[in-house]
Design a protein around this ligand. Structure first.
Ligand SMILES: [Zn+2]
Length: 289
């Protein structure tokens, strides 16, 4: 079984990216896994601190590992947006494959200093765990936003990205390249799409040579995603799009059987809705369509 680094390097060599999908329940996990298995595409399951609190850190660790072992399939687990060392250590001890150590709200020097110390502590727990650092502002909250975030926010500069990667020893960098967390209502309706600074991605890749993650991939223009992967993005995060699908699928399952109380007769509609989104994105990231 390849580890996450091997899967990412393999994807990079083939010019494709590994899809990262957040889950908050078993419906979402089943859907993402079924989709990845059908397409034979490695996949990363992400759980934010909020999602971990709901699911249980050790419980989601065991669930994902059970799928990896039973089906001999490259499914990995990432502690998404982890804001404290204590929470990162908890995830490392639960066997997570990667941690996004997110101190991007701090001034960059302080972010770098604390992230460097965290990398050392977490690698002492598990030498093959991958640590991702984040610089720049990509907003917060994978949900439907009423208004667009401040468009004047600074993008990550290639120079500061290189210094940050060199100083901290992170394996993966999450830059701000025009991406943002969450979606606008117009994006949910398909009327508008996010666009990325593709030249900036290529510059950051060439300056750092690091593995790169695109956060907030939901609602992004498909061609921009293809070109971002060609420019050096190795992991694409999708959360809001599958949350929207989860809700619609659940509503459909309930509406179709207004008197049903058996969960496993209602929930397959939600699994199917999430699976459709995961499949569409995995096909795009892996050049399968
Ligand atoms: Zn994110």
């Amino acid at each position: 079984m390849p580890d996450l680094r091997t899967s990412l390097e393999h994807a990079q060599k083939n010019g494709v990216a590994v899809g990262h999908f957040n889950v908050a329940d078993l419906v979402m996990l089943k859907a993402v896994f079924a989709s990845a298995q059908e397409l034979q595409a490695p996949v990363i399951i992400g759980v934010s601190e909020g999602e971990r609190k709901f699911l249980g850190v050790r419980q989601i660790g065991v669930l994902v590992r059970s799928l990896r072992e039973e089906f001999a399939f490259p499914i990995f687990l990432n502690a998404d947006h982890t804001h404290s060392l204590a929470s990162a250590i908890e995830a490392a001890n639960a066997g997570f494959d990667a941690i996004v150590f997110d101190l991007s709200a701090l001034p960059i020097e302080e972010n770098a200093c604390q992230t460097k110390a965290a990398v050392q502590k977490l690698k002492a727990i598990n030498p093959v765990i991958l640590i991702e650092g984040e610089i720049g502002d990509i907003g917060t909250g994978s949900q439907i936003h009423d208004v667009a975030p401040n468009a004047s926010k600074a993008l990550t500069s290639p120079q500061e990205a290189k210094r940050y990667v060199d100083d901290t020893g992170v394996d993966i960098l999450a830059p701000a390249v025009g991406n943002m967390h969450g979606m606008l209502q117009s994006m949910v309706q398909g009327k508008t799409r996010k666009h990325l600074d593709l030249a900036r991605i290529a510059e950051i890749k060439s300056a750092t040579g690091a593995l790169l993650t695109l956060h907030g991939g939901s609602g992004t223009n498909d061609e921009d995603l293809r070109r971002a992967i060609a420019a050096g993005i190795n992991i694409v995060h999708i959360n809001t799009e599958i949350r929207v699908a989860w809700r619609h699928g659940l509503e459909e399952g309930l509406a179709k059987q207004p008197h049903e109380v058996v969960p496993y007769k209602i929930l397959p509609a939600a699994v199917e809705a999430v699976k459709q989104v995961a499949t569409s994105r995995l096909k795009l990231f892996n050049h399968l369509n």
